[in-house]
Ligand binder design. Structure first.
Ligand code: SF4
Ligand code: SF4
Length: 464
């Protein structure tokens, strides 16, 4: 962490902190000013992040790194404001107004504030707890509730169903239905234009984890690793998963595609469904325990951050605390692992690329240099840094669907910065960023391509 600026605002001392006595948190059954009566489970969840909330010393060091504050300049749209609002709800000082909820839900959970906070405030678990605790009190239409139920309770919990859905999307694209539906205005008529624009080009066949093994290229001294395939990555982006496995093999890893694994639960947790996210986490922990204690390699920054957060989410569950901690400690992003290994570079890639840092890699996992080191190690490749590389691209899970206006502003800002480098490829390391940037480029008619970093490493290390 950077040392504090001696001329800037300073954190309060322990005595000073003590002088700012917080109001006692609400008790179960007590109403806040808005009359909401929180259930014991909701209150204990909010309360579990109360210390996190109290850590905020209101120094404001996080403000200029927060995308929504940068866009709006409003206190309530910044980390400090969001912590204060969540704390006021927890203390029963403020009612859960639509306005308050909107400020919290505008948070991208990008953790840019977390990465610079000198007091150790951690926004991701605070938002997960807040959103889950208030979810029963959020007014949603019947259609929205139904969609949430189908997606979060059925789709992400059942990989068979998930694959069936993505197979349908593949057919929709492969049979030319997508083009015709767009041309005839059917997509617009169905009110699906916005969601449809974010459909990635689906790759086939899918990668179905069955415990299959992929041997290291040079067998001697191979390092065993377990592969986290992901839900979107193993279906819509299965080509990237296969490229990842090949690169790992060339880096001297024996790769196991662990059977029984599923979705990481990040989208559930960030959408206020921590209960299902933990159910998914338990399944993953059990599945990877069966494979021993090798590193769990993941190529999706968002999934990696969530997998590393399992330890936090089970910290108060005696049956799972140690198992979740052991699991999280095994997780490594693919760039983190590869940067420390020898990769046989066999081809020149004479291209100029720019790197878009996924928030969940740069901020949540603090992995900044490894992807850059890997890119610079590719012969012939020129890395051109873009401005604001680590400012969120606006994808943030389903943020581009729930907050289209802010998401688009961030997307366009990112694409402008990328275009200023005149690089022909934007490199990133997260499926959400890939989809978000590609969708913006398509709309602009810009032929710049977007690639996952392992796709370039795969190309550069492929044998003749
Ligand atoms: S969240 Fe951290 S950086 Fe931001 S105001 Fe609070 S203490 Fe300061
Ligand atoms: S997580 Fe990102 S969007 Fe949310 S308050 Fe922090 S910096 Fe702002």
């Amino acid at each position: 962490m950077e040392p504090l600026d001696p001329h800037g605002p300073q954190p309060l001392s322990g005595a000073e902190r003590g002088a700012v006595s917080p109001l006692p948190p609400l008790r179960a059954g007590e109403g806040g000013r808005g009359g909401e009566v929180f259930q014991p489970f909701e209150l204990s969840l909010l309360g579990s992040e109360y210390g996190n909330m109290l850590s905020c010393v209101r120094c404001g060091q996080c403000l200029t790194s927060c995308p929504t504050y940068v866009l709006s300049g409003r206190e309530a749209e910044g980390p400090r404001g969001r912590v204060a609002l969540a704390r006021a709800v927890q203390e029963g000082v403020l009612p859960l107004t639509a306005d308050l909820l909107q400020h919290e839900q505008n948070c991208l959970i990008c953790d840019a504030c977390t990465a610079v906070c000198p007091a150790g405030v951690h926004m991701d678990p605070l938002q997960v707890a807040f959103r889950t605790a208030v979810e029963p009190h959020v007014r949603r239409g019947r259609k929205e509730r139904l969609i949430r139920k189908v997606v979060f309770k059925h789709l992400f919990t059942n990989m068979g169903l998930f694959r069936l859905l993505v197979l349908g999307l593949w057919l929709y694209q492969a049979l030319g239905i997508q083009k015709r539906a767009r041309a005839l205005g059917i997509v617009k008529l169905l009110g699906m234009e916005q969601a449809e624009a974010f459909l990635p080009k689906v790759s086939r066949p899918f990668l179905v984890p069955k415990g299959e093994r992929y041997a290291a290229e040079a067998g001697a001294d191979a390092t065993p690793v377990s592969f986290f395939a992901g839900c979107v990555m193993s279906t819509a982006m299965a080509d990237v998963d296969r490229a990842t496995i090949r690169v790992l093999q060339r880096a001297g890893c024996d790769v196991v595609n662990t059977a029984g694994q599923g979705c990481c639960g990040a989208l559930n947790a960030h959408s206020g469904d921590l209960e299902t996210a933990k159910e998914l986490a338990r399944r993953n922990i059990e599945a990877f325990e069966r494979d021993g204690d090798a590193a769990i390699v993941v190529n999706s920054a968002g999934c990696g951050a969530m997998l590393k957060d399992y330890a936090h989410h089970f910290r108060d569950d005696p049956a799972w605390t140690a198992r979740a901690k052991a699991f999280s400690e095994r997780v490594e992003d693919v760039t983190e692992l590869l940067a420390g290994r020898d990769l046989p570079m066999r081809r020149n890639l004479d291209i100029a690329v720019t790197y878009q840092e996924p928030c969940h890699l740069a901020h949540a996992q603090r992995i900044v240099q490894p992807p850059r080191l890997l890119l610079r190690s590719i012969p012939g490749l020129e890395l051109r840094e873009m401005a604001e590389s680590s400012l969120c691209c606006g994808s943030a899970g389903v943020y581009n669907l729930t907050n289209p206006k802010e998401s688009r502003q961030l997307q366009q800002r990112k694409l402008d910065h990328a275009a200023a480098t005149t690089a022909s490829v934007i490199v990133t390391a997260n499926p959400g960023c890939l989809i978000q940037l590609q969708s913006g480029l398509d709309e602009r008619g810009d032929r710049t391509s977007v690639k996952h970093i392992v796709e370039l490493l795969d190309e550069a290390t492929a044998p003749d």
